[in-house]
Design a protein around this ligand. Structure first.
Ligand code: C5P
Length: 218
């Protein structure tokens, strides 16, 4: 039988880097591996939650975790909005592309003869902010702040701007933590609370600690 503090709770998590198509064979993306999102999904499932992992990467199957595969930010937003409508917790661990090509070329863009190529980009929706602004009273929204400088200041700004209940701030300028690494070191920011630092350890241990902290909210 299932045991855990999240029995009967639905947790929606995003993972990986979104991909923005330029033409039928090319896309813009980022270095996200999806590891942190998968670790969070595992930690939520360990606590007995019903987990929906909306992901751009297929890493591993986890018992109790339903995976929904998406590619673009727009697709991720649609999937998250749908899954979150009856969910209790949303954790935005995906590295969402801030921009996408203004136009999708239906045919492969040809090599230019003598000139370069200028891409026009437009802004993508902010999934975390969209969900944060529309959450109901009992829904908890958690985001990440991957920063290279002034981590705490930027993290606190994000708590407010995205109406999040928790922001996990991490320093992505260090090569031994963050992005593709198996390890992470983070600071948990919660409104009206002092920052709480989790020193460097495996992403699964970080995920378990984050989940334990989420459980204590509200
Ligand atoms: O603003 P910034 O990209 O630094 O915020 C990071 C947080 O916001 C992460 O939780 C990320 O998943 C989320 N995000 C999002 N949609 C975007 C950009 C970021 O959901 N377009």
């Amino acid at each position: 039988a299932k045991s855990g503090l999240l029995i009967g709770k639905k947790v929606v998590i995003t993972a990986g880097g979104t991909r923005e198509a330029l033409d039928p064979v090319r896309y813009l993306t980022n270095r996200s591996s999806g590891k942190m999102g998968y670790a969070l999904a595992r930690a939520a499932a360990e606590n007995g939650a019903e987990v929906v992992l909306i992901t751009t990467t297929a890493r591993e199957n986890i018992f109790g975790v339903e995976q929904v595969f998406v590619s673009s930010t727009q697709e991720m937003l649609v999937a998250v909005t749908h899954a979150f409508s009856d969910a209790d917790i949303f954790i935005s661990a995906a590295a969402v592309s801030d921009f996408k090509p203004a136009e999708f070329a239906t045919h492969k863009i040809k090599k230019q003869t003598d000139s370069g190529l200028t891409l026009n980009l437009v802004q993508n929706p902010d999934i975390l902010q969209t969900i944060g602004q529309s959450k109901k009273t009992n829904q908890i929204v958690v985001g990440f702040a991957a920063e290279t400088q002034e981590i705490l200041a930027h993290g606190k700004e994000k708590l407010i701007k995205k109406q999040a209940d928790m922001i996990i701030a991490n320093d992505v300028s260090k090569s031994d933590t963050g992005f593709s690494s198996d390890d992470n070191a983070v600071t948990i920011l919660i409104p009206d609370h002092l920052p709480e630092t989790l020193s460097k350890t495996s992403k699964i241990e970080i995920a378990r600690a984050i989940m334990a902290r989420i459980i204590t909210l509200k």
